[in-house]
Design a protein around this ligand. Structure first.
Ligand code: FE
Length: 205
C-alpha cells in the first residue's frame, strides 16, 4: 500500500489541556471530531507519550482549544515542542489563557473556540487512547477560521534549510516538520513531536 494515501485525510489542530492537583498542562493534538449532537459528544485521540494523556486518563476531564489561523509558530512550539514533564507550558502565557469552571486552562487567543469536556469512555488504541467525551461547556472566541493541518504546513511551519550546520544528514518528518540529524535514521525511530514512525520521514536533499 502507498502510505501516502493517509496524507490525503484532513485534520484540525488543537491544544488539549488538563489539570491534576496544582499541575496544568497541555499538548497539541490533531484528532478531535464531534461524533454525536444528542448528546453533544466528541472523540479525541491522544498519544500515550504525552504527559497530558495521563492527566486526562486520571482526572476524566479536559479542555479543547480549537487553534485558529491566527496562531503563530510560537504557540505550536510552546505546546508541541517541549514536554510538560519538564516545563510549565503556561508560564509567561497568562494574557492568552483563562480557567474554566472545571478549573482547567484554555486558550483565549489564537483560537476560534474552546470546549470543556468530561470523559465518557477510553479505548486503548496501543500507541494512543481514544477518549469519548461529553461537551459540558464552551465558547466561541473568534471568527478566525480554525486552522487545518494543511494550513499549518503551508503557512505556519517555518521553512527548513536543507543544509546542516554540522554537516550531518537530515531527515524531515512529513507530518510535523521535525528534523532529525545524524548518520542514519534508525528504523524504529519515533518522531518526538507527532509520534509518527521513521517511515513518515524523508531525507532533506
Ligand atoms: Fe513528526
Amino acid at each position: 500500500m502507498d502510505n501516502k494515501v493517509m496524507y490525503s485525510l484532513s485534520y484540525g489542530l488543537f491544544v488539549l489541556s488538563a489539570r491534576r492537583g496544582d499541575k496544568d498542562n497541555g499538548c497539541i493534538i490533531n484528532t478531535a471530531i464531534q461524533v454525536t449532537a444528542r448528546p453533544n459528544r466528541i472523540v479525541v485521540a491522544v498519544s500515550k507519550d504525552n504527559y497530558t494523556h495521563d492527566m486526562v486518563e486520571e482526572t476524566g476531564r479536559f479542555a479543547l482549544s480549537v487553534l485558529s489561523e491566527e496562531a503563530g509558530f510560537e504557540v505550536f512550539k510552546r505546546f508541541g515542542y517541549q514536554s510538560g514533564r519538564d516545563e510549565d507550558k503556561f508560564a509567561g502565557f497568562q494574557d492568552s489563557i483563562a480557567r474554566g469552571t472545571d478549573g482547567i486552562c484554555h486558550l483565549t487567543r489564537y483560537v476560534s473556540a474552546w470546549l470543556s469536556c468530561k470523559v465518557v469512555s477510553a479505548t486503548d488504541l496501543g500507541t494512543h487512547t481514544l477518549f469519548l467525551a461529553d461537551v459540558l461547556d464552551g465558547e466561541t472566541v473568534s471568527s478566525a477560521p480554525s486552522v487545518t493541518y494543511a494550513y499549518y504546513q503551508q503557512h505556519i511551519k517555518p521553512a527548513v534549510s536543507p543544509a546542516s550546520a554540522t554537516g550531518k544528514k537530515r531527515w524531515i518528518c512529513r507530518i510535523c516538520g521535525y528534523v532529525y540529524e545524524g548518520e542514519v535514521l534508525p528504523d524504529d525511530y519515533i518522531c518526538p513531536l507527532c509520534k509518527h514512525p521513521a517511515s513518515d520521514f524523508e531525507p532533506l536533499a
